[in-house]
Design a protein. Structure first.
Length: 225
């Protein structure tokens, strides 16, 4: 009996595998899907394995969009893309800006959220799934998180930062838009924000918690006349 080397054994097993079944689909994807579904049913998630396999899941609920979860254990990093708005209004010849306090980390920020995918009706027999545009996501997030409707005036310089969530390193890019207030009441904000306020223009920077928000605010305030 000829003894095969480790590499030869590996190649021999590959030759007997079904050509229609990628090894990553059998050994990588199924366990991951099962473990993820036990934690959040049908979450919005993107996972890329070293083998190149990818998993895409999504959930249209606000919680799953804003709190994507990944498994621990060496998955490397992932990327997030969000949109948001800096909303202003002129009241009694003074400029006011919306700022919001997040209900989880309690920092004061501008409203923003992940760019979502939506199912749209193509015709009577089918529908297609399309990614929101950056502008659509920004308007939606402002409405959900602050209770007001805005009109986009100008796209601001995107901001990028890193953070770690459940052991996973995440690179986040946020596309902010300068918006003019159109209608609505900040009392009608959703659960993600515990407080939403109109602040005088000169008090915004001192209220903001994070450097990235302060940076985009410095650009936006020069555009508000």
């Amino acid at each position: 009996m000829v003894k095969l080397s480790g590499l030869e054994n590996h190649e021999r097993r590959k030759s007997h595998a079904s050509p229609n079944l990628a090894p990553t689909a059998k050994f990588d994807l199924a366990p991951v899907v099962q473990r993820i579904e036990r934690r959040i049913p049908d979450p919005l998630i993107w996972v890329r394995f070293p083998s190149g396999a990818q998993v895409y899941y999504r959930n249209t609920s606000k919680v799953a969009r804003q709190r994507p979860r990944l498994l621990r254990g060496g998955l490397g990093m992932r990327f997030e893309f969000s949109s948001g708005g800096i909303v202003f209004r002129k009241k009694d010849n003074k400029v006011e800006i919306i700022v919001a306090q997040h209900s989880q980390h309690h920092g004061w920020v501008f409203p923003k959220g992940l760019i979502d995918k939506r199912s749209k009706i193509k015709d009577q027999k089918s529908k297609i799934t399309e990614k929101e545009t950056k502008e659509e996501a920004a308007l939606r997030e402002v409405k959900e998180e602050t209770g007001v409707d805005g009109k986009i005036l100008k796209e601001l310089t995107p901001i990028t930062y890193w953070y770690v969530f459940e052991g996973e390193k995440i690179k986040k890019t946020v596309y902010y838009y300068l918006m003019e207030y159109m209608s609505g009441d900040v009392k009608n904000h959703d659960f993600e924000m515990e407080n939403v306020e109109w602040l005088p223009k000169e008090k915004v920077e001192e209220r903001l918690t994070y450097k990235s928000d302060k940076e985009v605010w410095r650009e936006a305030k020069e555009l508000i006349k």
